[in-house]
Design a protein around this ligand. Sequence first.
Ligand code: AKG
Ligand code: FE2
Length: 302
Amino acid sequence: MSTGAMTLQRASVQGTGLAFHTEGGLPQALQDGCFLLAIPTGFDPWPGITLCREFYRAPEEGPDGTRSYRGFRTLEGVYFDREHFQTEHVLIDGPGRRRHFPRELITMTEQMGELTLLVLRCAMAELGIATALWSEITGGAVDGRGTHWFAANHYRSERAQLGCAPHKDTGFVTVLYNEEPGLEASVDGVWVPIDPAPGHFVVNFGGAFELLTAALSRPVRAILHQVRQCTPAPGAADRFSFAAFANPPAVGDLYQVGRDGSAAAVRSSADFLREFNEQTWSDRHADFGIAQSVGAGRGGLS
Ligand SMILES: O=C(O)CCC(=O)C(=O)O
Ligand SMILES: [Fe+2]
C-alpha cells in the first residue's frame, strides 16, 4: 500500500514565539513529532551547504575560498563514516565548532541553535510545564547549556545502502535543513515520506523530550525516521542535510514531569545515550557523546 507524504503543521517565528498557520497547530505538531518552520529572513544556508559538499574532501581538493570547509575526515571524534549506511557526517558540539569552523559557519549554526531553543521553550509552555522547572529538567539546555550538536550529512550515492539508519533523535529538539526528498517517518509502522518544503526547516522532537513528557496527558512524540537510499540523477550532486540539536548534557540525569506538575530524575543521561547509539548505528561508536563530553560542553551554546 502506498501512502502520500505526511502533512505537517507549518509555523513561522514571531518575536520570541511561534505562529502556527492553523489553530491548534502546536499541540498537533507535538503529537505528530515534527512540523515545518519557515526559514527566517536573513538566514543564509550557504555555509551549511558548503560544509556538506566539502567536509569529506582533503584541504587541497578545491578552491582556496572554501578550504576551511574541508579536511574534516581526519578529525577524530568529529567525522563519522557510518559503515552500514550511505551517510558520512560531521557531528560536532559548540566548543568544537568554535575551534574548527569558519566564522560565517559558526554564525549559521548559532542561528539554528537559537531556533531549537525557541521551539523547546514554546513546546514546554504549551504543555503547561512551569517555567521555574525548565532549566533543571532540561539539564540547562533551555539556557544554552547542555549539549548543542550540529550535524552535516553527506549521502554517498555510490553505496547501495539505506541513506541513514532508522532512529529517533536523542535530545529535545532538532532543526533540520534539507532540499531533496529521502527523509521518511514511521507512521503506524509504515514509512511515509517527509518531503522538504522550500524555504522551511523540518523540526522534530527527540527521545529526551519524549521521556520528559511521557507521563503527561499529551506526551510529545519523538518521531522514528530514516533516510531511504538516495539515488540522484546521473551528474546530479549527492544528497545532503544539516541539523542543529538541543540535547541534555552528557553527564547527569534525564527528567520526567508528572501530571501534578512536579519533576523527577528518571535515568542517567549516559545510559540513555548509549542505548540510543547502539540501537541506531550498530557500529563501534556507541560511546559517542558520552565519554568525550565529560567535563566539556559547559557555558554558551555548546
Ligand atoms: O538527511 C535528513 O533529511 C535527515 C537527517 C537526520 O535524521 C539526522 O541528522 O538526524
Ligand atoms: Fe535524525
